[in-house]
Design a protein around this ligand. Structure first.
Ligand code: PLP
Length: 451
């Protein structure tokens, strides 16, 4: 087994309690083990105080902005207070708008919707699809990242100056490599050329302090489900004017001030872009996660994740054939995300074996960043391990032992390639612990005509 380096081998407990920390899962070999979730970059477990908060608010749950009853009044107030809390968490300016969205994809889609006509948007090729595809509805200029951040910024500057771009769209931290971008320099660069900067903070927000007022970032987009608040809300925070100048993103109830038979007066922002009944539970959960993370402090979060990441990287280094992916030689900071290829191994088969034989959840594939993976990984796919405030050193060590075993000796079970990826065959595990599939099967077979 690869042994973590001596500098990183003392035990590290989870920093904050998360729901499901003790969940056990069955293995194909018949044992039951504690589940180790190391795919926090895809979606994070819920913080216990977030779920407690949701449980409490459900006692008062009512319609937001739509009712006269006490529950409705409490719900409306909580929704608006949650909006403010999210703004505080990202360091919003006093006149910034905070629009509650479904997630980061939705938030960036909203910004794309309100972008002034004929705008040019400059972005890097390293982006997640959520920060790449929406800009194709405008004039999109794609800049290939250079081997150093300094040179990459230079290329961005040339592209912005040459295109008269109105917006630069960058990720705060790569969802593939965890590398963090210098937001203050990027904001300066954008403003020098009369452009604005939007930061896709889906990865950055849960792990580093964001201060958009101090760094000069114009817009930030984030997702609750990556911020330990998996109740279906995200946010777009930033300059109000473009949002005020555009028609509703999702026309309907709540987005209007007045509707005639053939005309409409839109409500002011943020209501204008929050058509339909607001997601109170999602917004309140997200705000509570912001409160809890701010309470423990960005320094403690960073220290916790750095210690575990060093342990993870040391373990990866010890596995023959593992090569870690990175974009830049000089990224000043990295989140606790490691993507790597394993020479001579099918990545899908490795992750299937980690799940089915060891109870460990990681991700393989292209991570919704196809252009970046095509560039960094010769076979086009990789494996990604990511962690957060609920991760412990025991989790990392379990992963290290399991990866070393799978790489050294291959899977111990048999697997078949299916449309959804590699599947253990046979699979004796009960994958329907809620018995819903069984119930649906019973109900649909009861409806079938007797033959
Ligand atoms: N941006 C980055 C950097 C991401 O990692 C992700 C999700 O993985 C997204 C955007 C999209 O987030 P969501 O699926 O919550 O909209």
């Amino acid at each position: 087994m690869p042994s973590p380096s001596s500098s990183s081998n003392c035990a590290v407990a989870p920093l904050l309690p998360v729901v499901g920390a003790g969940t056990t899962v069955p293995l194909v070999t018949g044992e039951e083990v504690r589940y180790v979730g190391l795919d926090v970059a895809a979606t994070s477990p819920a913080l216990v105080p977030v779920v407690d908060h949701v449980q409490r608010l459900l006692g008062y749950y009512g319609s937001v902005h739509r009712g006269a009853g006490f529950a409705s009044q409490v719900s409306t107030d909580l929704y608006e207070a949650s909006r403010q809390q999210i703004g505080v968490f990202v360091g919003a300016r006093a006149d910034d708008a905070v629009v509650i969205t479904r997630n980061t994809t939705d938030a960036l889609g909203l910004l794309s919707h309100v972008l002034p006509a004929d705008s040019t948007v400059v972005h890097l090729d390293v982006e997640h699809h959520a920060n790449l595809l929406p800009w194709r509805a405008h004039h999109a200029v794609v800049v290939l990242a250079a081997p150093t951040l300094g040179e990459t910024l230079q290329r961005l500057e040339e592209a912005v100056a040459g295109s008269g771009a109105r917006l630069i769209a960058v990720t705060g931290a790569s969802n593939v490599t965890g590398e963090v971008l210098p937001l203050d320099l990027l904001a300066d660069l954008a403003h020098r050329h009369g452009a604005r900067l939007v930061v896709d903070a889906a990865q950055l927000a849960p792990h580093r302090r964001l201060d958009i007022a101090a760094t000069g970032v114009d817009y930030v987009a984030l997702s609750g489900h990556k911020l330990y608040a998996p109740f279906g809300a995200g946010a777009l925070v930033g300059r109000r004017d473009w949002l005020e100048a555009a028609p509703a993103y999702l026309p309907g109830g709540g987005a209007v001030r007045e509707v005639g038979v053939d005309d409409v007066e839109w409500a002011p922002v943020p209501a204008r872009h929050e058509g339909g009944t607001p997601n109170l539970v999602g917004a309140a959960a997200l705000a509570q996660a912001c409160r809890v993370l701010a309470g423990v402090g960005p320094r403690a979060i960073e220290d916790h994740e750095r210690a575990l990441h060093a342990r993870l990287e040391a373990a990866l280094e010890a596995v023959p054939g593992v090569r870690r992916l990175q974009v830049w030689d000089d990224a000043p900071d990295r989140l606790a995300v490691s993507s790597f290829v394993v020479d001579g191994h099918d990545h899908g088969l490795v992750t299937a074996a980690l799940a089915a034989e060891h109870g460990i959840g990681v991700r393989d594939g292209r991570f919704c960043a196809h252009p970046l993976l095509a560039r960094l990984a010769p076979g086009g796919t990789a494996i990604r391990v990511s962690l957060g405030v609920g991760t412990s050193s025991e989790d990392i060590d379990r992963f290290a032992t399991a990866l070393a075993a799978v790489v050294a000796a291959g899977p111990r079970w048999t697997y078949e390639r299916t449309e959804a990826g590699w599947a253990p065959t046979p699979d004796p595990r009960d994958l329907d612990p809620f018995a819903i599939r069984a119930e649906v099967r019973r109900e649909t077979s009861a409806c079938e005509p007797a033959s």
